[in-house]
Design a protein. Sequence first.
Length: 479
Amino acid sequence: MKLFQSDCFVEFHSTTTDKHRENGRYGGSRTERDQLLRRFESKLSISDYLTRQLISYQGNKHVPGFRWMKFKEAFSSQLVSDLIRTTVSEQVLDPFSGSGTTALTAGSLAKTGIGIDVLPVGNMIARAILAMASLHDLREFNATAERFLDSINTESIDRKNCFRHIPITERAFPDETERALSKANRFVAQLEDQNIALLMEFACLSVLEDVSFTRKDGQFLRWDPRSGRQVSARLNKGSLPSLKDALKEQLLCMKADYQRLKETYANARVEIVDSSCFEELPCMPTDSIDLVLTSPPYANRYDYTRTYALELAFLKFDSDSVKKLRQTLLSATVENHSKRSIVESSYRNSDLPIRVNELVANQRALQEVISVFTLKKEQLNNHKVIDLIHNYFFEMSLVVAELARVCRSGANVFMVNDNVQYAGEEVPVDLILTDIAEELGFECQQIYVLKRGKGNSSQQMGRFGRTEIRKCLYHWIRR
């Protein structure tokens, strides 16, 4: 099945240039990666359809509900809608559901949408959308919103409702905002209607970045020096809104979306699961899913527990619980420990982890990458990148193995993912995962590539030259 008729097929090449090979700047063998590229080259195609807006949060900026909070890791509801309409499906799954775009969009199209994610911030966005859609009318929401805003001026401060910082969030807010957050927390804690309480709590969570001295920036939070923290990269956020003003604007936005959300999701069959897909997928029935639409974390060292540190602290995560959460996420940072012993203990009656481990160990292009990284260890900005790559592909392969089990014959899997590069060496995530998927029971239909890929960092560019890394949408079918 060919989905995007405007695709043009081109010849793809390694990002390693002959000049750099001659200069010895790379120094690692590419034999296996080049062979894998030749094998799948006919499946790689530049897509006119795919744009950065479509496969990122940008496409949701003006979509009711999803526009409430900038969740950069999401893809657009338009992408999900388009892909669902090109397939025959009833049960739609996203094992890395983020803000619930797949599950919610599937529900809006009269499908059953299932979203699994261990990060509570994204799940809260999805639940807030569903909570708004479930309201009978706006009278109680409006009345509660007015009292909520008034409480910031009238409520007394209670120590148990103060924002409980973790080290990474200390000094994130002006003193007045700290006091206002304490009053907001106290008000929400007294609400009896669970949906209304969720909506007020979400409104507060969604404006935390706006009223703080921080800004999300890839692997970390950037800080305005007015916070009093020692910062290397200076950030000037200008005049910060008060919590009350930010909440007022957000609540008006939520109110404006009510009718559209009610029409779209009031009867939607949507399940949002607060858990890791490593725990949930093994419990799902075999041959139960028709369509998978997902975008796992990329192997790019982004740590979502740092990116969303303010929101996690607001949700009462302390330092220990944040560290624990980090270790339950898919291994995509140098701080993730191996999950192999944990996974194997939960598969006591199955040899699947052992078989997956053998499959990963025998994937030649992957082992070539790991061997080259081991030889070039001193050039890596963190030698634990080697462990990251090991763990990432073992865990992703285990997820793919479970998807092969839960998907019916003929089921479609679409996965948005980026290739990565370290020390000038490309890791062809798309080709390696597709090769593993074919070993596990899928057939690659196409790997759709954005016209413009992702550039390497300025630091890598200076050392290894300008390269472009593929951004892709994989399409596999269960045999």
